[in-house]
Design a protein around this ligand. Structure first.
Ligand code: C5P
Length: 224
C-alpha cells in the first residue's frame, strides 16, 4: 500500500445514471456506465479517504473499499447525498436525468386500441451539484467538483457550467459519437478551476482518477 494522504477525509462520489419511472415497469435513463465514478472512488479510497459512493443502476457500481449507497431516481440521489453530508469533498460524476415524468402511472400503461400514443408531462429534477455548491459555508464541502459531458464547444460550455453550478473544479469531456468516451475505458479531460484551463490529454479513466485524487490530496495538504 502507498501513502495515505487522504486519511480521515470524507468524500462523497455520485456515479452512474439515474432511472426515472414512467410506470411500474418502464423508465427513462441513459447509457452512463459508472466507469469514471468507480475509478475515482477507488483511487480516493486507496489514498485513505472515507468514500460514500452514491450510485444509480450502472454496469460499474461496486468500487472496492467504499460505502456503497444505491439509488434509482435523481430525487433519491439528492436525498442520499444530503444524508451523506457533512463531507470534506464531493465529486459529481453521475449522469443525472434532467427531467422526470411528473406523475408516473401506478399501473402499467396499456394500449387503448385507438393507436394513440401516451403523452408524458415532465418536470425538472433537482440539480444536486448546484445545490451542494451553493450550501452555506460550514455546510458546504470544502471542495465541490463537477463533470461535464459535451458534444461540441467544450471549453466554452465548461467555463459557463463552472460558473453556473458554483463548483470549485470542473472536469469536461467530449462525448460525441465516435470518441468512444461514453462507456469506454479512455477519455480526454479539460480541467477547469477559477484560475485557468488545463488539457490533461487522452488517457484512461483510471489515470484520470489517479490524477484527480492526487490533486485533491495536494489541495488538502495545502492547508485547505
Ligand atoms: O448540467 P449538466 O448535467 O451538464 O451538469 C453536469 C454536472 O452536474 C455533473 O457533475 C452532474 O453529476 C451534475 N448534475 C447533478 N444533478 C443534476 C444534473 C447534473 O448533480 N440534476
Amino acid at each position: 500500500p502507498g501513502p495515505r494522504p487522504l486519511e480521515g477525509k470524507t468524500v462523497i462520489v455520485t456515479s452512474g445514471p439515474t432511472r426515472e419511472p414512467i410506470d411500474p415497469v418502464r423508465y427513462i435513463s441513459n447509457a452512463s456506465s459508472g466507469r469514471q465514478g468507480t475509478a475515482i472512488a477507488e483511487a480516493l479510497a486507496s489514498q485513505g479517504a472515507i468514500v460514500k459512493f452514491v450510485t444509480g443502476p450502472a454496469e460499474y457500481s461496486k468500487p472496492k473499499g467504499c460505502e456503497i449507497i444505491p439509488v434509482e431516481t435523481a430525487v433519491e440521489m439528492e436525498a442520499a447525498v444530503t444524508a451523506a453530508l457533512p463531507a470534506d469533498a464531493a465529486i459529481f460524476t453521475a449522469a443525472v436525468a434532467d427531467w422526470r415524468v411528473a406523475e408516473p402511472a401506478d399501473a402499467k400503461l396499456k394500449k387503448d386500441g385507438s393507436g394513440a400514443a401516451p403523452e408524458l408531462d415532465f418536470v425538472a429534477n433537482p440539480d444536486i451539484l448546484a445545490s451542494v455548491s451553493h450550501l452555506p459555508a460550514g455546510e458546504r464541502p470544502n471542495l465541490v467538483i463537477g463533470f461535464a459531458a459535451e458534444t461540441g464547444n467544450l471549453e466554452t460550455h465548461a467555463r459557463n457550467k463552472l460558473a453556473r453550478k458554483g463548483c470549485d473544479w470542473l472536469l469536461a469531456n467530449d462525448v460525441s459519437p465516435g470518441t468512444g468516451v461514453f462507456g469506454g475505458a479512455d477519455t480526454r479531460i479539460l480541467f477547469l478551476d477559477g484560475t485557468g484551463t488545463d488539457d490533461w490529454g487522452p488517457q484512461s479513466k483510471a489515470a484520470v482518477a489517479e490524477k484527480l485524487a492526487d490533486r485533491i490530496a495536494k489541495h488538502f495538504a495545502g492547508g485547505n
